[in-house]
Design a protein around this ligand. Structure first.
Ligand SMILES: NC(=O)c1ccc[n+]([C@@H]2O[C@H](COP(=O)([O-])OP(=O)(O)OC[C@H]3O[C@@H](n4cnc5c(N)ncnc54)[C@H](O)[C@@H]3O)[C@@H](O)[C@H]2O)c1
Length: 252
């Protein structure tokens, strides 16, 4: 049984979660709202957004994080809607599998556009509001940002970039009172791998193989990562520049 990470108090904070319609982002949205936060849920999928829980604490906005105009519109509307922004969780992302010999330049470009530039575009658009609130930025990296792995080198490199942006932004924004942290999840049961084109059988086999090499001998669930993201987002703390593995020990 896992212990709760957050204190039971309710947090009167307002924030944005990208990639909020699925997997880890959706788990974050639900946990943040459970703890009293007001969340602007951004995703590029209108169907998945329509499927999210509703209520006064949630606003959904169709947003493509790779498109600066789409992000600027959503950032403007979110700030107006909530009266300010205290945190952002950069969770929108994609996976790319394939050895160096096979990956296409176009696929690598799209991956970096989403995982690296998307994180940058969103954070930049919300930065004035985050500086005003002395807020918190939480980026989602990956265990493969910390430990090299076979057949997903560009995904790993894109997440290593996210981890390093986290550390650099922590240095840059610390004097303004903004904290910047990152979680580095290991393999987690979400639609990520199917969205990258893996079949159900390939996904099952890959997760089974990975689980066998993880010290805790299992893959993760979205809420296990969401708990640490929520803590970085909500709790005022002295931690900044952290890249926290949430991976059953896989990165050791
Ligand atoms: N699942 C894992 O094993 C795992 C491990 C480590 C890191 N991660 C990272 O966690 C994050 C969340 O992934 P997940 O596993 O929950 O996957 P997921 O596929 O369930 O969720 C990703 C979400 O991002 C959205 N999205 C994709 N492109 C977008 C865009 N251009 N604009 C806005 N939204 C967009 C998708 O519509 C989807 O709702 C990703 O950054 C992923 O790289 C996942």
């Amino acid at each position: 049984m896992s212990a709760p990470v957050l204190s039971p108090r309710r947090y009167q904070l307002r924030g944005v979660v990208t990639g909020a319609a699925s997997g880890i982002g959706r788990a974050c949205l639900e946990l943040l709202v459970e703890h009293g936060a007001h969340v602007d849920a951004w995703d590029r999928s209108p169907e998945a957004l329509a499927d999210l829980p509703t209520g006064d604490a949630i606003a959904t906005r169709r947003t493509d994080v790779t498109d600066p105009d789409s992000v600027a519109d959503s950032a403007h509307e979110a700030k107006l809607h909530w009266g300010g922004i205290d945190f952002v969780v950069n969770c929108a992302g994609a996976f790319l599998v394939g050895p160096l010999a096979d990956v296409s330049v176009d696929a690598v470009r799209k991956l970096f556009d989403l995982n690296v530039l998307g994180t940058t575009i969103v954070t930049q658009a919300l930065l004035p509001a985050l500086v005003a609130s002395k807020g918190s930025i939480v980026n989602v990296a990956s265990t493969v940002a910390l430990k090299p792995s076979v057949s997903n080198s560009h995904y790993a490199a894109s997440k290593a970039a996210v981890a390093h942006l986290t550390r650099c932004w922590a240095l840059e924004l610390g004097p303004k009172g903004v904290r910047v942290n990152s979680v580095a999840p290991g393999p987690t049961t979400t639609p990520l791998f199917r969205a990258a084109g893996m079949s159900a059988e390939q996904e099952t086999e890959m997760l089974r193989e990975r689980a066998a090499t993880i010290p805790l001998r299992r893959v993760g669930e979205p809420d296990e990562t969401a708990r640490w993201i929520a803590r970085f987002a909500l709790e005022d703390s002295w931690t900044t520049g952290a890249v926290l593995p949430v991976d059953g020990g896989m990165s050791l």
